[in-house]
Design a protein around this ligand. Structure first.
Ligand code: V0V
Ligand code: CO
Length: 149
């Protein structure tokens, strides 16, 4: 069901500061930036890998408000690893299969994610304390433009 690790997400107070740190320290490139009102985040994706066949990302998350998921996480735990996202080919099918095994879904239906993806979260308490995200990537666009940023 899981084809790859899509991204590892880090909660932070200051997105620009963390972008500078990760891109300079690890020689990573920012490939997308987005404000996602529904998820309550301002985020950036830094690409890892050889650029062929998708690769994976570090996702940096700054909360839009204190009462958002990432805002609450920062208040409670401080900066750090927030979630791990796995790539699936069919998110609705994966959600149904996972739910049938007794794992609680935090989303009843897929939501809009970074770079045109569809995403859904699983309850961390049912996955050994790991907030887990499913990602169905957007189909590759013909002209290479990301229409979702
Ligand atoms: C909370 N808990 C976590 C956690 N956040 N455990 C592991 N990792 C995390 N990130 C624990 C928390 O310590 C509590 O355990 C328990 O879960 C319930 O947490 P809570 O503080 O009472 O509840 P809330 O209101 O903070 O909700 C937590 C959940 C919420 C996970 C339900 O954050 C959520 O719905 N997250 C999914 C959406 C999301 O995170 N969006 C932002 C990323 P104890 O203390 O009771 O033991 S958006 C994104 O990734 C995008 C757009 C993308 O990839 O494209
Ligand atoms: Co994510």
């Amino acid at each position: 069901m899981f084809m790859r690790i899509d991204h590892v997400a880090i909660a932070c107070h200051d997105l620009e500061e963390k972008i500078a740190f990760f891109s300079e320290t690890f020689e990573l490139t920012v490939v997308a930036r987005e404000v996602n009102e529904e998820q309550g985040v301002k985020e950036a994706m830094l690409h890892i890998g050889d650029g062929e066949g998708g690769g994976s990302y570090i996702q940096l998350l700054e909360p839009l408000s204190a009462d958002s998921p990432v805002g609450k996480f920062l208040a409670k735990r401080g900066e750090g690893l927030h979630h791990v996202a796995f790539g699936v080919s069919n998110i609705s099918e994966a959600m149904a299969k996972i739910e049938s095994k007794g794992v609680r879904l935090l989303d009843e239906r897929p939501r809009h994610g970074s770079m045109g993806s569809e995403i859904a979260f699983l309850h961390p308490k049912d996955v050994s304390g790991m907030l887990t995200e499913l990602v169905q990537a957007a189909p590759p666009s013909k002209n290479g433009e990301n229409v979702h940023t």
